[in-house]
Ligand binder design. Structure first.
Ligand code: IMP
Ligand code: MG
Length: 183
């Protein structure tokens, strides 16, 4: 699998260090909010590994919600628009909600999830992404917590996939061009 990468962009050590820091930033923001209830809404499948590591750095009581969104990339690297595949499995009305996703690219996925959650009237709504490709998402779809800003290349590993492969790579790397199908 590693051989399919052009190069490693973020090593497992870099990721672990930053996830730890993000946990501290989030803990600081939600200090005292525990009594109102905090729910982390994980966007599947990409944020699966990130959220598992992140929550072990969060020292407060919380619930986890899951929502599945497809950005219809399939065997391409281009988003063909985001669509809800499996709706949210928990109630979030009146709770502090933190959306967790792997990467903020065009912002289509985050916009969809934010709109879906807003109708539930959470007490607050924030977003944490591990990666962001700067300048691509519109100003009204932004994340409060960002792990790394990266160049505009297609990346895989640590939960991020190409056609559902490579999620289990421990590092994040740029996929070699010859492994992309024609888009
Ligand atoms: P957006 O809707 O364009 O912001 O894209 C967000 C979703 O597309 C993420 O949740 C990822 O699942 C996927 N995605 C965007 N960029 C990449 C990438 O470089 N590698 C793998 N998946 C990506
Ligand atoms: Mg995703």
């Amino acid at each position: 699998m590693e051989g399919d990468l052009e190069r490693i962009l973020l090593s497992r050590q870099q990721i672990a260090g930053r996830v730890h820091e993000l946990g501290q930033e989030i803990a600081q923001t939600y200090k005292g909010g525990e009594s109102d209830g905090i729910t982390l809404v994980t966007i599947l499948s990409g944020a699966l590994i990130f959220v598992a590591d992140l929550i072990r750095h969060l020292p407060f009581r919380m619930k986890i919600g899951l929502i599945t969104v497809s950005s219809y990339r399939g065997a391409t690297t281009q988003s063909k628009g985001s669509q809800l595949q499996q709706d949210l499995n928990v109630q979030v009305t009146g709770r502090h909600v933190l959306i967790v996703d792997d990467i903020l690219d065009t912002g289509g996925t985050l916009r969809l999830v934010r709109e879906r959650l807003a109708v539930c009237q959470p007490k607050s709504l924030r977003t944490c992404v591990l990666l962001r490709k700067p300048g691509k998402a519109p100003p009204d779809v932004q994340a409060e917590f960002v792990g790394f800003d990266i160049e505009d290349k297609f990346v895989v590993g640590y939960g991020l996939d190409y056609n559902d492969h490579y999620r289990n790579l421990p590092d994040i790397g740029i996929l070699r061009r010859e492994f992309y199908a024609i888009t």
